[in-house]
Ligand binder design. Sequence first.
Ligand SMILES: O=P(O)(O)OP(=O)(O)OP(=O)(O)OC[C@H]1O[C@@H](n2cnc3c(O)ncnc32)[C@H](O)[C@@H]1O
Ligand SMILES: [Mg+2]
Length: 186
Amino acid sequence: MSDKKLIFVTGNAMKLQEVRAILGQSGIDINSKDLDIPELQGSTQEIAREKCRRAADLLQGPCITEDTALCYEALNGLPGPYIKYFLKECGLDGLNKILAGFENKNAWALCTFAYSAGPGTEPILFEGRTDGKIVPARGQGKFGWNPIFEADGTGKTFAEMSEDEKNAISHRFRALEKLKVHLQSL
Ligand SMILES: O=P(O)(O)OP(=O)(O)OP(=O)(O)OC[C@H]1O[C@@H](n2cnc3c(O)ncnc32)[C@H](O)[C@@H]1O
Ligand SMILES: [Mg+2]
């Protein structure tokens, strides 16, 4: 495995940057491919599995994909996997206002990596979760909903953290820890 480059199918340059930083010296080398893969409706697991299946079919080979959800406790986990569209249509301010009628601002960030060994195989999922709460935007807004997610126990939004600080506690880091173990066992 270590001499092979694994393909990460994503259109998101910030995801790729964080994945490369987190994997660092692990010996796992990632190439990326920006394929537009339709994302189904369903649970985060169903969406992740289907996206990876389709990516492996298109590539005709092994690959990984990643789905990130932002889940509000007051909304039983929504927007969840649909956060990209909520962010696009409502903005950071709207993502706060959605919770105006609720005292509970708790949320969790959920990262799901899917690994496919190739077409016709069942993707394997690796999940990582970071708990926090939704707050009015603070910090550098370079990546998605970073400015409105304050991670528990830090007093900081992801956007107020350095890359290293975020990558030490993030949903993505936690999911990659599990994916790494799997890849290194191949
Ligand atoms: O090609 P893919 O990998 O699907 O990339 P995407 O940008 O479409 O990503 P998702 O479908 O997983 O949608 C997740 C949304 O959440 C945003 N996002 C993902 N990870 C994030 C993180 O760690 N911090 C802040 N925002 C994030 C991202 O910009 C999207 O708007
Ligand atoms: Mg996507």
